[in-house]
Design a protein around this ligand. Structure first.
Ligand SMILES: *[C@@H]1O[C@H](CO)[C@@H](O)[C@H](O)[C@H]1NC(C)=O
Ligand SMILES: *[C@@H]1O[C@H](CO)[C@@H](O)[C@H](O)[C@H]1NC(C)=O
Ligand SMILES: *[C@@H]1O[C@H](CO)[C@@H](O)[C@H](O)[C@H]1NC(C)=O
Ligand SMILES: *[C@@H]1O[C@H](CO)[C@@H](O)[C@H](O)[C@H]1NC(C)=O
Ligand SMILES: *[C@@H]1O[C@H](CO)[C@@H](O)[C@H](O)[C@H]1NC(C)=O
Length: 354
């Protein structure tokens, strides 16, 4: 009886596998809930994907356009894999009506712009992979409908500008990966509203300048990666304003200007209990030239010596000047007294010179 059931089941599955709908280089599995069309030389998203499909794998093909509503017959999709294609254009509404979609992978494509129409219908998306594309400027509304997004991966694009409100609709976002882009500065307001953000990865950009309050809205942040940027100095308040319970900060691979100010900033930062400078022992100096490639940790105690010496010299100079002035004054007084004495002796009545 059991065996019969099994045979029936196998027949049923293979009959469905031979379904004409699954012949376009695709492979339908497990009662048609998985449709695998990877490496099938597709130049367009295939039509006729079974409507019951929950996972559609279109990776490693030659798809160049995502036309409007192309997946509208696949409203049960939970996972859509489109990595490693030639996608340049996502038409407005390309992913509309996909209210069950949780994960969308568009990495390793050629997307250079995204508009508001891109995110329409992706209200329940949790993970969006966009690494290795050609995005340069993030429009303020391109992620507007991604209310439920938890993970956004923008690694290795060419992003040099982020419009002020680009991330502000994503109040559920927990991970934002922006490493290996072209950011040069971080303006306050860029990360506002990201109350749930736990991981902010900004490694491998060109950041040299950060506004004092840029991280202050990030009250859940546990990891802030700023390694391999162009920071030569930081302001204490920039990190002091992170009010998360505990935050690990990575800062290696920056061209630190090892002076007394930097020494003071790091001394204060290391004394704050909720901040962890994980790679402090790996920070190296770029300036001044005599300290180039030295570990900050090794030269740390000497950085304020020059300053102390300068202060000492200034103090001594001031003291000497004051003493000299007093001495001169004293001498003049004496002279005056002597002169007075002499004029009195010489019977001169005019003392107007004094
Ligand atoms: C499905 O197709 C394969 C070859 O493509 C064939 O060998 C098999 O008999 C077919 N199964 C059914 C149930 O038609
Ligand atoms: C895809 O195209 C290549 C080269 O044209 C060919 O060798 C390969 O068999 C094709 N793959 C499929 C699944 O059609
Ligand atoms: C982000 O994308 C990069 C490159 O594709 C990948 O190596 C990395 O694992 C991704 N990170 C996450 C957290 O998804
Ligand atoms: C990331 O992009 C840069 C160009 O911006 C390139 O040089 C680098 O090799 C890329 N990294 C990876 C892992 O592909
Ligand atoms: C410090 O640098 C070394 C060598 O690059 C690396 O192996 C180590 O993991 C780094 N330490 C930290 C805390 O990042």
């Amino acid at each position: 009886m059991k065996e019969l059931l099994l045979v029936l089941l196998v027949t049923e599955v293979s009959a469905r596998s031979n379904n004409t709908r699954c012949r376009l280089g695709c492979d339908c599995r497990r009662d048609l809930r998985f449709t695998i069309c990877s490496r099938a030389n597709l130049t367009h998203p295939p039509s006729g994907v079974p409507p019951s499909t929950e996972l559609l794998d279109l990776s490693d093909n030659f798809i160049s356009i995502i036309p409007k509503k192309v997946f509208s017959k696949n409203r049960k999709l939970r996972i859509l894999l489109l990595q490693n294609n030639n996608i340049r254009v996502v038409e407005d509404g390309g992913f509309s009506q996909m209210e069950f979609l949780q994960k969308l992978d568009l990495s390793w494509n050629r997307i250079s712009t995204l508009t508001e129409g891109f995110s329409i219908g992706l209200t329940f998306l949790q993970e969006l992979q966009l690494s290795h594309n050609q995005l340069a400027n993030l429009d303020s509304r391109c992620f507007f409908h991604l209310d439920g997004l938890q993970k956004l991966n923008l690694t290795n694009n060419s992003i040099h500008a982020v419009q002020m409100r680009s991330f502000s609709s994503m109040s559920s976002l927990r991970q934002l990966h922006l490493q290996d882009n072209q950011l040069t500065s971080l303006r306050s307001g860029t990360f506002s509203m990201l109350r749930s953000l736990e991981v902010l990865n900004l490694a491998g950009n060109q950041i040299s300048d950060m506004d004092l309050s840029v991280f202050s809205p990030l009250t859940s942040m546990t990891v802030l990666n700023l390694a391999h940027n162009q920071l030569s100095t930081v302001t204490f308040k920039t990190f002091l304003s992170i009010h998360a319970y505990s935050t690990h900060i990575q800062l290696q691979g920056n061209p630190w200007n090892c002076d007394c100010d930097l020494h003071r900033v790091f001394r204060k930062l290391r004394s704050i209990q909720r901040l962890f400078l994980d790679d402090y022992s790996n920070l190296t100096c770029m300036e001044p030239p005599v300290l180039r490639n030295d570990l900050l940790m090794d030269v740390d105690s000497e950085l304020c010596i020059a300053e102390t010496v300068t202060v000492l010299i200034i103090t001594i100079t001031v003291v000497i000047t004051v003493l000299a002035a007093m001495l001169m004054g004293e001498r003049k007084k004496k002279k005056r007294r002597k002169g007075l004495h002499w004029t009195q002796q010489g019977d001169f009545s005019d003392d107007s010179d004094f």
